[in-house]
Write a protein that binds this ligand. Structure first.
Ligand SMILES: [Zn+2]
Ligand SMILES: [Zn+2]
Ligand SMILES: [Zn+2]
Ligand SMILES: [Zn+2]
Length: 238
């Protein structure tokens, strides 16, 4: 059986296109990134622990991110980031599982899940290289992710934000089920009722007859396409 081609993405610093595993190694040695780190470390500000995180969908492993996160930033900030770039549809609950504990939202009125811990904890108290942290968004139609803590370094953050996007997968290419044009839309009725892939090009999406699950949804670069009411935009928040 032919091995499925692995998805690729570009290094944010030098633009090189690689697999997610290639990028794990490359980001350590990328000359452009190293130059940016050296320039920042020569400047003002406090050093802190910075974590290299590789996040991927637990099942659709073609979807992945390479992030650098400040140790002083919280699980809540990582949760916000993952919602913005991949997950948010209707404000569902989410959780990180670390050791024996589960970290979930605490709402403004103080409501939270009994026994769970709040997410407002700096990740430097929890993360160390080698950890694999299960994350779930929406406890009904769940998106399951794994956060791999690849590496940690001491230095000055490269931006003013808690998290930096270092690379992400390019959107997987699919073909329209009616012709050989690239698929840009997903018909949920084809997917759920007729066991079809449901991919449609712009033209065929326009004239597609199904609507019991609503109009076809845009195929954005997110593992949550096709789940609950998700319709993108799958863009990083900063
Ligand atoms: Zn690079
Ligand atoms: Zn939803
Ligand atoms: Zn078509
Ligand atoms: Zn359809």
């Amino acid at each position: 059986m032919a091995r499925k081609k692995q998805s690729r993405g570009n290094c944010h610093y030098c633009g090189k296109e690689m697999t997610k595993g290639g990028l794990s190694r490359h980001l350590r040695s990328c000359a452009k990134r190293q130059a940016a780190i050296a320039a920042r470390n020569g400047g003002k500000g406090k050093d802190e622990t910075l974590f290299h995180l590789q996040v991927q969908d637990a099942w659709a492993t073609d979807f992945w991110l390479h992030l650098e996160m400040r140790g002083s930033a919280t699980l809540k900030e990582l949760d916000n980031y993952l919602r913005a770039i991949w997950l948010e549809c209707c404000g569902h609950l989410s959780s990180f599982s670390i050791g024996p504990y589960r970290y979930t939202q605490i709402f403004d009125d103080g409501w939270g899940i009994e026994g769970d811990k709040p997410m407002d904890v700096p990740v430097q108290r929890l993360f160390s290289p080698g950890m694999k942290i299960p994350y779930a968004y929406d406890f009904g139609t769940t998106s399951e992710l794994v956060i791999n803590v690849v590496d940690a370094r001491q230095g000055k953050p490269l931006t003013a934000n808690p998290i930096v996007l270092m690379a992400r997968n390019l959107r997987p290419e699919v073909t329209c089920m009616e012709c050989d044009q690239p698929g840009e839309w997903l018909c949920m009725e084809c997917l759920y009722e007729y066991d079809e892939p449901g991919f449609l090009c712009n033209e065929h999406a326009d004239e597609h007859p199904h609507e019991s699950y609503g109009e076809p949804r845009p195929l954005v670069n997110s593992p949550r396409v096709g789940l609950c009411g998700y319709d993108g935009p799958a863009e990083p928040p900063y």
